[in-house]
Write a protein that binds this ligand. Sequence first.
Ligand SMILES: NC(=O)c1ccc[n+]([C@@H]2O[C@H](COP(=O)([O-])OP(=O)(O)OC[C@H]3O[C@@H](n4cnc5c(N)ncnc54)[C@H](OP(=O)(O)O)[C@@H]3O)[C@@H](O)[C@H]2O)c1
Length: 216
Amino acid sequence: MQALAAEAGTPCHLYPLDVTDAPALAAAGTDFIARCGVPDIVIANAGISVGTLTEELEDLPAFQRVFATNVMGMVHAFQPFFAAMKQAGAGRLVGVASVAGIRGLPGAGAYSASKAAAIAYLESLRVELRGSGVRVVTLVPGYIDTPMTEKNPYPMPFLMPVDRAVLSMARHIERGTRFAVMPWQMGVVAQLLKVLPRPLFDALFARAGRKPRGSG
Ligand SMILES: NC(=O)c1ccc[n+]([C@@H]2O[C@H](COP(=O)([O-])OP(=O)(O)OC[C@H]3O[C@@H](n4cnc5c(N)ncnc54)[C@H](OP(=O)(O)O)[C@@H]3O)[C@@H](O)[C@H]2O)c1
């Protein structure tokens, strides 16, 4: 990040922190607004993915970590800026969810549930901010080629290179798209998943590949 900031050609302020640490984000938000004013865009991107099984007692901390990062981390990231952006009447709050949040994927109860929670949370914000001038953008990636997916032991349809994914995300942020799935082929899959009857979904996904437990 420091190397990127040095190349940026514009002042950058870096706040290395853990998104589960609400006071740290509040302090960073206050400091940022004091130095730079109300932000145009806030992106809550931090997330972790790990296989989890409810029957395994030792997976409980993983459930907590995934929810703390993927759900509460998003709330912590937006909270310091929400009121100021609403008052300014402009800007974008951007949350990175996942296609895994559309239906519950086996072996990924924590991750799927956390991303479903993120999707619903972002929808709540979108309606709360309707007419305020602040747009809420829900980004819903399928499979993107990042360290998160590099060890997935199953085929990943429509795997997207990260630079293309980021360009697509930037376009949606600029437009203020309410809900954007990338790549577009995954958007079609997401639409189908939404309407797939439960018995059919259960039969199709019973044998789906699973993220190994304990890997991040
Ligand atoms: N890759 C995909 O196919 C895919 C698909 C759907 C959704 N997503 C979502 O896209 C987002 C980015 O994922 P990615 O693929 O880029 O994964 P990644 O390569 O594993 O990167 C995750 C990023 O989140 C940061 N992070 C994790 N926990 C954090 C915490 N507690 N506090 C602060 N930062 C934290 C990591 O920082 P450090 O490196 O410093 O730990 C890292 O920069 C996530 O929300 C993920 O769920 C990814």
